[in-house]
Every structure is written in C-alpha cells, then in structure tokens.
Design a binder for this molecule. Structure first.
Ligand SMILES: [Zn+2]
Ligand SMILES: [Zn+2]
Length: 358
C-alpha cells in the first residue's frame, strides 16, 4: 500500500505527530496534490490548543466546531496536481495534472446560498482545509474540486503561498474598510504575517496614509520596510495620544489583525467620527466600549473572516501585476512544523515561515 506522511494533531495542546497514512484515491471531482509549500499561520496555534478565548463567554472549543482528531493542520497550501477523480475536468479534456497551484482552503458545504454564490467563506457549515478536513502539513492533500485551485504561474512559490490565508484575509478586510479620503489614515493593528500583508496590500489598493502598530520593534521595522508611513509601539503608555498625533486626529479606518482587548480599545478610542473598525484577529477576549459612541461617532464595527476564492484570484492578479510588496518569508523543511509553531507562539518569527515539502 502506498502511504504519505502527515503531521497530525492527535491531541489538543500536544505537539504534532508524524504519521503514515494510506494515499487517498480521488473520487468524483476531487483532486490530489503533492504538497510543495505550506505556510504556518498564527491561527494554527489556537486550533492546536483546541479553543478560542471568548472572554466572559468562556471558550469556543474546536471539538464543538466539528473538528475531529487526528487532523493535519495547515491551510496555506501550494501543490502539484498529481491525480484527479473522473469528474474533475471538463469534457474538453483540459486538465491541470502536473501544474503547481495555490489552494483556496476556505471551502463551504457546497450547497447553500453562500456556497452557490461563490462565497464559501460566508457558509455557516464550512469544511475548511486544515480545520475540519486534512490540510497542508503533509506530503499530500485532497481537494474537493479543481475550482478551488488558483493559477500562480511565474510567481515565487515561497512568497505566494501565504496569500491564501494571511493575504486574502486582509484583502477582504481592507475592502470592508472601503475608500478613505485624502489625508485620512488607516491603522493596521499587529505586524505579523497578516499585518505586514495588510500594509503591502493597502498600499496596492490606494490607501495613502498607513500606520502600523505592534509591540515588537523588529516587526515594526518590517512594517516600515513594507511601506507603512508611520509605526507605533502599542505598548507605550501614551499610545492613544501618540496615535492621534501621528494621524493628525484623522484616523478613519482600522484593520485589527490581533483582535485583543488592548487593540480594540486603542482602535475604538482613536477612530474619529465615521470611523470603520474591521477585526480579523482571533487573539480573544471581550470588546468593551461606551455604547453611545456607536451612534454619536457613526462607528462601524465589522468582523471579517478569510475571503472567497474570487477574492484570492483578484489578489493574485494584483501580485502578478507587481503591485504588492512581498512580506519577508523564510523557508524551512516540512518536518520542522512543530518547532515552527513553537517559535510562532514565542513571537520569534517576523513575516511568515513557509514549509518546503519538495
Ligand atoms: Zn491562517
Ligand atoms: Zn455552504
């Protein structure tokens, strides 16, 4: 029997375990990929721990979200198509066998209003790869349908991989912030993989004044190199006053890639009238704010979660057009996935680590 190697979460809170699994046989429209690159995302830490912190509401447990172990995590996946089920390709005979493609991992139920409209990320019964179904911390991965594969020909394999989560997540969030007027500022909370991509993508989308906020000087340095006009150490006691000073009290948009009580507090206080606060980070805790501000400041508070396959294709077109500065990416062998998760947890990684499975 042919097998493949999968780095599985076997028990919540424990390191991943390398296991041999039988090679899947693609059925129907399924396609089998040989994984070439796999990005290591911060949300894998929460998933591996087994829960999200809901503040006063307790915990959101992955087991209650339908996650069953063992599971191969990893949702930033790039791979070569090596096999497909009999219904995978149109009758014209064109196939993607042999091609290296980026995977859109945010797959829905396939049979609801959102899924039928191509908005699988809005599906209430998502079956995301690396969460509900086996993901990319493995040598092989099975994908539902070739429509979730995105062409990345000519692009660097390491740097293109994180666009399928960190890139598309902030791209979608920035679209929700919408256009700002001349002189108005956008703040990006957090300068990790998502935050750095947010700076680069915001630049490409025409945001003119961008301030990056983090508590780590190395990450702020990386944000400046990505094109942020200003950076701010969010741990400063006078961070709010400083943010008002930097923006000339013209902060109209915030993308929060952290999603912690401290970042939400800074955002809500610093945003002026008509401000838009879009949260994508899943750090956890409670949002507390004076309710009258919602009305008096015309505030918009929105959540956003990953993006659609359409968003990912749009984003990759911007990348192909050379419009987006690439975040720093370092490469490690696939077998170092557990160590990489540890380093990520310890805050030791600037940019993204992309595992190489070639
Ligand atoms: Zn992710
Ligand atoms: Zn659905």
């Amino acid at each position: 029997m042919t097998t493949y190697t999968s780095y599985d979460l076997v028990e919540f809170g424990q390191p991943l375990v390398a296991r041999q699994r039988p090679m899947p046989e693609p059925a129907g429209t399924e396609v089998l990929l040989r994984v070439r690159r796999s990005g290591v995302c911060h949300s894998d830490l929460h998933i591996a721990e087994g829960y999200f912190d809901l503040g006063e509401e307790g915990k959101l447990r992955m087991a209650d979200r339908g996650m069953k172990l063992p599971m191969a995590l990893g949702h930033e996946i790039l791979g070569e198509v090596i096999a497909a089920g009999p219904e995978a390709w149109p009758d014209s005979g064109d196939t993607l066998i042999g091609q290296t493609m980026l995977v859109h991992p945010w797959i829905g139920c396939g049979d609801c209003r959102a899924c039928n409209a191509g908005d699988e990320n809005e599906c209430t019964r998502m079956r995301a790869l690396g969460v509900i179904r086996d993901g990319g911390y493995a040598t092989h991965v099975l994908i539902d349908h070739p429509k979730f594969l995105v062409d990345v020909e000519g692009l660097d394999l390491d740097t293109v991989t994180p666009y399928s989560c960190s890139g598309v997540t902030v791209y979608n969030a920035l679209k929700k912030v919408g256009q700002l007027h001349q002189g108005e500022w956008l703040a990006v909370m957090g300068a990790g993989g998502l935050g750095l991509n947010a700076v680069g993508i915001a630049r490409a989308l025409g945001f003119e004044r961008i301030v990056s906020i983090d508590i780590d000087q190395r990450k702020l340095q990386a944000a400046a190199e990505m094109g942020a006009d200003a950076v701010l150490d969010g741990s400063r006691e006078d961070a709010l006053e400083e943010l008002r000073r930097i923006t000339g009290n013209q902060l109209l948009g915030v993308v929060d890639t952290v999603g912690a009580p401290s970042t939400s507090r800074l955002a809500i206080h610093a945003l002026i009238k008509m401000g838009r606060y879009v949260v994508v980070g899943l750090y956890g805790g409670d949002l507390k704010m004076p309710l009258p501000w919602l009305a008096q400041k015309y505030l918009t508070i929105r959540g956003s979660y990953v993006g659609s396959c359409r968003d990912l294709r749009e984003l990759i077109e911007l990348v192909k057009a050379g419009k987006i500065k690439e975040i720093p990416v370092s490469s490690r062998p696939l077998g170092e996935v557990s160590r990489t998760l540890d380093d990520l947890k310890a805050g030791k990684i600037t940019g993204r680590v992309v595992l190489n499975a070639d």
